[in-house]
Write a protein that binds this ligand. Structure first.
Ligand SMILES: NC(=O)c1ccc[n+]([C@@H]2O[C@H](COP(=O)([O-])OP(=O)(O)OC[C@H]3O[C@@H](n4cnc5c(N)ncnc54)[C@H](O)[C@@H]3O)[C@@H](O)[C@H]2O)c1
Length: 272
């Protein structure tokens, strides 16, 4: 894709953090943005910023975990625009806690949003993109937790390994339709994610959440940089894209020094 001018770009989870900044970044390139989120208020703010900069957008409340919501959303988008040019499966939630203290309900919740949310986006939007025959891009938000899985993050890491694996297979399959699939793997990014993270057992007690929130704030790596990486991945057809120094470090360390990564993963940080 050479330019995003007049392209139709859908961003799930566009009401906060990385999704918001990605929507604004693509809008600045001339794309029409289809914002979706469960948080209508968050989308209002994203929309306000897009409008202020002279861009165009529409917003739809939709839960990526719901087949009904995503099916209805796809039908609406099809009626309005035909096929998408770019699908950005960004919506996701965090989870932390020792495996022995995790509940199956939270496993279901995270899998439904972080894995099936991405699958739903592809299931409902890709057939129209393929049928339109004009190519395009799918961007799936994974994490550095897609290749580095420290203790107390078994649910989140499982979900992000799955997004990476799903995207690898899909990339090969979509190549013949000229639809590129990128997987974005950010490190520690200063968004609302920790505030909204489900923390179970010891990780959810006392000041641990505050400590984790403070750590993300101190790290202060802005979501705008992830948004730029998403844009670059679409324009330059990048496949797996770590974002932030710690994500790159984890990406290479996992290949070159896996036992070191394993030892690091045993450290009780930052949720213990
Ligand atoms: N912030 C980080 O450090 C970081 C690092 C790696 C990967 N990621 C990934 O990036 C993506 C965006 O995270 P963020 O940091 O911007 O978080 P965020 O909490 O700031 O934003 C997530 C957005 O997704 C929406 N959302 C949550 N559940 C939803 C659902 N079921 N249906 C529709 N929308 C839903 C939320 O309302 C919110 O607006 C996630 O997939 C996350 O796992 C974040």
């Amino acid at each position: 894709m050479k330019t995003l001018n007049n392209k139709v770009v859908l961003v799930t989870g566009g009401g906060s953090g990385i999704g918001r900044e990605t929507a604004i970044e693509f809008s600045a390139q001339g794309a029409h943005i289809v914002l979706t989120d469960v948080n209508a208020e968050g989308m209002e703010e994203t929309g306000r910023r897009i409008r202020q900069a002279g861009g165009t957008f529409e917003q739809h409340v939709a839960d990526v975990a719901s087949r009904q919501d995503m099916k209805a959303l796809a039908a609406e988008v099809k009626a309005q625009h035909g096929a998408l040019d770019v699908l950005i499966n960004n919506a996701g939630i965090g989870s932390a806690g020792a495996f022995l203290e995790t509940t199956l309900d939270i496993w279901d919740k995270v899998i439904d949003i972080n894995i099936k949310g991405v699958v739903h986006g592809c299931h409902y939007f890709l057939p129209d993109m393929v049928a339109a025959g004009k190519g395009g891009s799918v961007v799936n938000l994974a994490s550095m937790a897609a290749f580095v899985a420290p203790r107390d993050m078994s649910i989140y890491a499982t979900s992000k390994f799955a997004v990476l694996g799903f995207s690898e297979s899909l990339r090969s399959e979509m190549a013949e339709y000229n639809i590129h699939v990128a997987t974005i793997c950010p490190g520690v990014i200063n968004t609302a994610i920790v505030k909204n993270t489900v923390m179970e057992g010891k990780a959810g007690q006392g000041e641990l959440r505050d400590k984790a929130v403070a750590m993300y704030k101190r790290r202060n790596y802005p979501p705008q940089k992830v948004a730029r990486a998403v844009l670059n991945a679409v324009l330059k057809q990048k496949s797996v894209v770590p974002v932030s120094p710690e994500a790159w470090l984890g990406y290479y360390a996992k290949r070159w020094a896996p036992s070191l990564v394993e030892r690091f993963g045993r450290l009780e940080l930052p949720f213990n």
